[in-house]
Design a protein around this ligand. Sequence first.
Ligand code: SF4
Length: 337
Amino acid sequence: MIADVLIIGGGPAGLESAACISEFGHKAVLIERESQLGGHLLKWDRLFPDSIPSSQFCERLTGNTGNSKVITNSNILSIKRDNGRFISKLTTGESVESKTLLMTTGFALFAAEKKQEYGYNLYNRVITNSDLEDIFKKGTVTGTEKPAKIGFVHCVGSRDEKACNRNCSKVCCVTAVKQAIELKEMFPESEIFCFYMDLRMFGRGYEDLYLEAQTKYGIRFIRGRVSEVSEDINGNLIIKAEDTLISKPVRITLNLLVLMTGIIPDQDNSNLIQQLGVKLADDGFVYSPDPLYGSGKTNIDGLFVAGSVTGPKTLPEVINEARSTSLEIHNYLISKD
Ligand code: SF4
């Protein structure tokens, strides 16, 4: 198969890039390792700040890949450079010869069980932000029908030297607020507490959502890290923390605890990154040689990136970056003709 661009990854960045590259009149092949397109969007129920159904946005992206050839259940087996072209062997047995490569392989979520003090995989009522989206999709919480007290822990695996990730994951504060409101709508009688270090409500509408969470839904925000979670004989969770605004210890019994796991580099890409010799930044995400002006370029000529493969981003940022990188690829292809 011959292509101008081989796009690796069928999440939002890859799908939007396929649409743009196709509009520019170039031939793109998009490969996705899973059986369905959409990436992390598939796991999410609704999107912040306007609660748009994730499936609706996903359908919009998947229905608009232009003339691009899309191959699912496929990954890169091996890749080499020959005469300036990338020769990629796929796990499906096919081979793609392309003038450029575009990596849109996204991110992974921090494995919550690594923070043993929070008891994920130990206690049934400790779940992650991703698990909660699944609950929203199904419309029920199993094991605890109507949780009277619910807690959220921010920055799980983010801003944490011990977890080898000192960076902020950018989107989990507003996601916690969104999810807390959704839980309150599901269980109006419940009390909800968010334990945070700082609240990073930088985007349009985020601050309004945070205010609404407090004034309309009565969600309580407690500044302080949770130090310990244990379980009583009834399966309830006992949380120990410190309210750092009033310098007092806090001990609360909860029926459900949600861990806001952070965004980290996807280690499944390490083989591809090694084969290509892609330079990584100190945080493990793909290095951008010109983060101010040309974020789609990498240290390899002809290899481009878009989306969260270079670090945590909001969905609008991912979409905009897919478009700008597609333009860079278009200019690159024209310059080589
Ligand atoms: S966005 Fe909020 S919860 Fe996420 S890492 Fe940053 S400060 Fe922590």
